[in-house]
Design a protein around this ligand. Structure first.
Ligand SMILES: Cc1ncc(COP(=O)(O)O)c(C=O)c1O
Length: 354
């Protein structure tokens, strides 16, 4: 039977997330998860809620999480929205601002979920290529799309653009500017101040990276109350479950735990960055919990990706013209990075001896 799919859904392909191997024993450096566990206070908060209250729907506006976020980030509660991961917030933005034939502008390469969410709406992404140094492309400032998104730090490059440039971009664009700060806790700067100052900016955060809670699906958006009010219209009524709301609240209360892990990851990141040229890869400067590294001889990085996978080390390879000579490597523990570097050294030697 030929089902009556909407044309754009029939034509599009779904988002392909990074591999989650079923078997144990992989060194997993492919989806930018945090190698350290979440705060013990998160576990305590969740286990304390495993009772009869689970029969009740959660508070629709994630009250406790938003209240704590208001304290942590110094922002009024009516400027905060919670998402089932920041992907959920991105989906709300696409739903609310991109219609059939609509557009969304972003510098590329970037997080490819933006393409998928816009395709679901029947719209199109206007990608503006980053120059080689990953500064904001000038053409982005002239775009007239209803939504512009900048991931900062960007994925997969790990690079950042300065807050001052984002502020200029907010003034230049005619629509909404989304600043996707999934990795901002690993960086030197944040644009949260723009969510207070500008009426057309939303800043997104996730608990999946710095707070080690990818499995709980928690995200936050900060923006002018009018933006929050509009997004609430398209939000699933109970988008966060009871346990995620409590986990997010507890994680924010123990920000020191997160900050300690971030410091460790930043230290390991500098070590990885310094070591990559020795194994035949040049790192882009990263302020995230991963590094994009370009093969020094300019060739495809696919053979290295495959050789690492054969040794049960997973990194991310993107089969696109701009990224085919690169690997994106999540910053794991020091031990994991030692295993990776050792394997990369062996793979490089094997190639040379052939
Ligand atoms: C740039 C960027 N934004 C958002 C997300 C999604 O985060 P979440 O797990 O909160 O949905 C990711 C995940 O990898 C990401 O790289």
């Amino acid at each position: 039977m030929k089902l009556p799919w909407r044309g754009n859904i029939a034509r599009m392909s779904g988002y392909v997330p990074g591999e989650q191997p079923g078997e144990e024993g992989f060194v997993k450096l492919n989806t930018n998860e945090n190698p350290y566990p979440p705060s013990p206070k998160v576990r305590k908060a969740i286990s304390g809620a495993l009772d009869a209250s689970l029969r009740l729907y959660p508070p629709p506006d994630s009250t406790a999480l938003r209240r704590q976020a208001a304290l942590t980030y110094g922002m009024d509660e009516n400027r905060i929205i919670a998402g089932n991961g920041s992907d959920d917030l991105l989906a709300m933005i696409a739903r609310a601002f991109v219609g059939e034939g609509g557009t969304l502008a972003c510098p590329t390469p970037t997080y490819t979920l933006y393409d998928t969410l816009v395709a679901i709406q029947g719209g199109k992404v206007t990608g503006v290529p980053y120059p080689d140094d990953f500064t904001l492309p000038k053409a982005l400032f002239r775009n007239r799309a209803p939504v512009t998104i900048v991931a900062n730090p960007n994925s997969p490059s790990g690079t950042t653009v300065p807050l001052a440039r984002l502020s200029e971009l907010a003034d230049a664009v005619t629509g909404l500017l989304v600043i996707d700060e999934a990795y901002a806790d690993f960086a030197d700067e944040t644009a949260i101040s723009l969510a207070r100052e500008k009426e057309n900016v939303i800043v997104l955060r996730t608990f999946s990276k710095s707070f080690s809670l990818a499995g709980m699906r928690i995200g936050l958006g900060f923006a002018h109350p009018v933006i929050i009010e509009g997004l609430n219209k398209v939000r699933d009524s109970y988008n966060l479950n009871r346990l995620s709301i409590l986990a997010g609240e507890a994680a924010l209360r123990d920000a020191a735990w997160m900050e300690r892990n971030v410091s460790r990851i930043r230290r390991t990141r500098e070590r990885l960055s310094a070591s990559l040229p020795g194994v035949g890869f040049f790192p882009y400067p990263s302020q995230a919990n991963f590094i994009l590294a370009r093969k020094a001889d300019g060739g495809s990085a696919l053979p290295t990706y495959e050789a690492l996978k054969a040794r049960k080390i997973l990194v991310r390879y993107f089969d696109t013209p701009r990224l085919a000579n690169c690997l994106r490597i999540t910053v794991g523990t020091d031990d994991e990075i030692s295993v990776l570097l050792d394997a990369m050294k062996r793979i490089m030697r094997l190639r040379k001896s052939r």
